[in-house]
Design a protein around this ligand. Structure first.
Ligand code: ADP
Ligand code: MG
Length: 542
C-alpha cells in the first residue's frame, strides 16, 4: 500500500499519548518499521546510550522516493486505511506517528531505496522539517539515523537516565525482539562494540543462545501448544520455558508477545508465574519467552500510546492456553521429576536420579530423612516432601471430582468474624477443595467435610488451621490453588514429628511415585542429593 494520510475519522480513533520517551522507544519504533518492511537483517547501533546517536538499518522493502517526505507526516501510514483495517492489524505500526514523533524530538536522517528504484535517496530533517534531500546510492532497504535526542527539549532530556542505563534498556529490548522474531538476523552494537547478534535461522533456541547466553539456554525447553478445537479461543503458544536453574530474582526474564508484539501484561505474567508456582523456589521468577498467536481480530492493539499493552477479546481462554502450554512443555521435559539435589551435585543433570529402591538410614533432628539410593545419599525434608505428596493428591482428587471426606458430625469452629466472612466469601472454592463450611453466626463456622487425604489428620485442628491461615494469607489470584497449598501444608507431617522407618520409606516411595520431588508446594527444595562423586571429592578420594 502506498503511504497516505489517515482519514480524520480514523486518526481520531487512535490512542494518543507520548510515543517517544527514551532511546529504547526510538529503537522499538524503528525496528518495528523494519520488521513491517519485511526485513531479514536488522542492524542497530547506539552511541552514548542512544542519546547521542541511534542507527537502525534494514534490508526491507524501502520507501518509494516520492513518498519519503510523506512518511514524516503525522498519521501518514502505508499500513492502515479504514476503521475496518484497525480491527484486523497484522503489522506492528499503524498510526503513522513514529517517524514524525522522532523527528520532532531529535535530528533525523533517513536513507532508503526500493527494489525498482535505480538509486537511493537521503532525507535530512531538523526540528521536524526537511533541510536536505539528495540522491545516495545504497542497497534496497532503509537506514534511519537519530541524533541528539531531546537536545532541544531540556525538560524531557532531564528524565533520561545515564547512558549506560539507557543502553541497557535497548539491549534488553533488542534481545526480546530477536527472540520474538528468530527468522530475522539482529545485530546490536553499543559504542562500537558488538553486544548481540542472532543468525536469523528461524530457530528460537539458537536466538536464545545468542540473547540469553549458554548457561540459561541450556535450561530452556521448547513450548509449542495449539488450542484444541473446543478451546474458546484460537490460540497457539510458542516459545521457550526455563527449568532447573533458569530463574531470576525479578521478572526481567519473562518476555511475552502477542503476535510477536512485545507486551506488558500483569495478568499474563501472573498466568506464567502460576504455572511455575510449585516448580521454582518462592520469590524467584521464571525465564520464559512466549509468543501467543491470536487471531488479529481478537486483539485490540490500539489501547496504549507506546503499543505496550493490548486488549484480548478472550482473555481468560488465552491465559488458560499459556498455562496449559507451559505445563505441557515442562511435563514433557520431565521438569517435575527434577531433583533439587541435581544442582547441589553440580553435574549436568540430564539423567535425573529417581527416588526408587531407597534404603532409609534414619531421621535427623526429627526433621530430615536420610536415605541411600543408587545415585548417592539423600537428605529429605520430611515436611516439604510430605506436603508435596499431599498437594499432588489434592490436585488429582480435585481434577477427578472426588474431594470430600464427610464428617460423621459437623465440627463447629470459633473463628474471628473476618475469617468467618472470608470463609463465606470463598465458600465455593472451599467446597471444591473439600471443605464444606457453613457460617453459623458471626464468629462460628460449621465444617461438614474435609478433603480426603491419605494421612489421618485431626479434623478439628486441620480445618481450624487451614481457615486461620486462609484469613492471614491476604489476597490471592487463585484461591483454589491457595487452598491446596494450605491444606497440604497443614496436613503434612511436621518437623519434630517422629517417624517410624516404615513411615519414612512409605513417604519416600510415594514421593518417587509422584515424580514431583523437586520442590514442596511452597517451592522450597524437598530433597538434596549428595552424589557418590561429590562424596568422593569431599573426602579427597579423587
Ligand atoms: P507506521 O509504522 O505507524 O505506519 P511510521 O511513522 O512509523 O508509521 O512510518 C510511516 C510510514 O513510513 C510507514 O507506514 C511505512 O510505509 C514507511 N516506513 C517507515 N520506516 C520504514 C522502513 N524501515 N522500511 C520501509 N518503510 C518504512
Ligand atoms: Mg512505525
Amino acid at each position: 500500500m502506498p503511504i497516505a494520510t489517515l482519514p480524520a475519522a480514523v486518526a481520531a480513533r487512535i490512542a494518543a499519548g507520548e510515543v517517544i520517551e527514551r532511546p529504547a522507544s526510538v529503537v522499538k519504533e524503528l525496528v518495528e518499521n523494519a520488521l513491517d518492511a519485511g526485513a531479514r537483517r536488522i542492524t542497530v547501533a547506539l552511541r552514548g546510550g542512544g542519546i547521542e546517536r541511534i542507527e537502525v538499518a534494514d534490508d526491507g522493502c524501502g520507501i518509494a522516493a516520492a513518498e519519503v517526505e510523506l512518511a514524516f507526516a503525522r498519521y501518514a501510514t502505508s499500513k492502515l486505511r479504514s476503521d475496518d483495517d484497525l480491527a484486523h492489524l497484522s503489522t506492528f505500526g499503524f498510526r503513522g506517528e513514529a517517524l514524525p514523533s522522532i523527528a520532532a524530538v531529535a535530528d533525523v536522517a533517513l536513507t532508503t531505496r526500493t527494489a525498482d528504484a535505480a538509486g537511493g535517496v537521503r532525507l535530512t530533517l531538523r526540528d521536524g522539517l526537511v533541510i536536505e534531500r539528495r540522491p545516495l546510492g545504497r542497497p534496497v532497504g532503509t537506514t534511519v539515523e537519530v541524533r541528539d535526542l531531546f537536545s532541544r527539549l531540556p525538560a524531557r532530556r532531564k528524565y533520561l537516565r545515564s547512558a549506560s542505563t539507557e543502553a541497557a534498556l535497548v539491549v534488553q529490548l533488542v534481545g526480546q525482539m530477536a527472540l520474538a522474531c528468530p527468522e530475522v538476523a539482529f545485530t546490536l552494537a553499543v559504542d562500537g562494540k558488538p553486544v548481540l547478534s542472532t543468525d536469523g535461522s528461524g530457530d528460537r533456541a539458537r536466538a536464545a543462545l545468542a540473547v540469553l547466553g549458554q548457561k540459561v539456554s541450556r535450561d530452556l525447553v521448547p513450548v509449542d501448544w495449539s488450542a484444541p478445537d473446543d478451546w474458546p479461543a484460537t490460540v497457539r503458544v510458542r516459545g521457550l520455558a526455563g527449568h532447573r536453574a533458569a530463574h531470576r530474582p525479578n521478572r526481567s526474564g519473562i518476555s511475552l508477545f502477542v503476535n510477536r508484539r512485545l507486551i506488558q501484561s500483569r495478568a499474563l505474567t501472573t498466568a506464567v508465574e502460576e504455572a511455575y508456582r510449585t516448580l521454582i523456589p518462592t520469590g524467584r521468577h521464571p525465564i520464559v519467552v512466549l509468543d501467543l498467536e491470536v487471531d488479529p481480530a481478537e486483539v485490540d492493539v490500539n489501547v496504549h500510546p507506546a503499543k505496550a499493552e493490548v486488549r484480548l477479546l478472550r482473555e481468560r481462554a488465552v491465559f488458560g492456553a499459556v498455562q496449559r502450554a507451559l505445563h505441557e512443555a515442562l511435563a514433557r521435559a520431565g521438569v517435575a521429576r527434577g531433583w533439587a539435589g541435581a544442582e547441589v551435585d553440580g553435574q549436568d543433570s540430564a539423567q535425573e536420579p529417581q527416588l526408587r529402591g531407597l534404603r532409609v538410614l534414619g531421621q535427623v533432628s526429627q526433621t530430615y530423612i536420610i536415605a541411600e539410593g543408587e545415585a548417592g545419599l539423600y537428605l529429605v525434608d520430611q515436611h516439604a516432601a510430605h506436603e508435596r505428596v499431599l498437594y499432588e493428591e489434592l490436585r488429582l482428587a480435585q481434577l477427578a471430582g472426588q474431594r470430600a471426606q464427610l464428617l460423621l458430625e459437623p465440627i463447629s469452629l470459633e473463628l474471628d468474624p473476618a475469617t468467618v466472612a472470608l470463609a463465606e466469601a470463598h465458600r465455593a472454592d472451599l467446597t471444591l477443595a473439600g471443605f464444606e463450611v457453613e457460617p453459623f453466626g458471626s464468629s462460628t463456622v460449621l465444617v461438614r467435610s474435609i478433603p480426603a487425604l491419605s494421612r489421618q489428620v485431626d479434623p478439628v485442628r486441620f480445618a481450624q488451621e487451614v481457615l486461620i491461615a486462609l484469613g492471614e494469607a491476604g489476597p490471592a489470584d487463585d484461591w483454589r490453588e491457595r487452598l491446596r497449598i494450605l491444606a497440604s501444608c497443614k496436613a503434612a507431617v511436621r518437623a519434630g514429628d517422629p517417624l517410624t522407618p516404615e513411615e519414612m520409606l512409605g513417604l519416600l516411595e510415594r514421593l518417587g511415585e509422584k515424580e514431583l520431588c523437586r520442590t514442596c508446594s511452597h517451592g522450597r527444595p524437598t530433597a538434596l542429593l549428595l552424589s557418590h562423586r561429590q562424596l568422593e571429592q569431599e573426602f579427597g578420594r579423587r
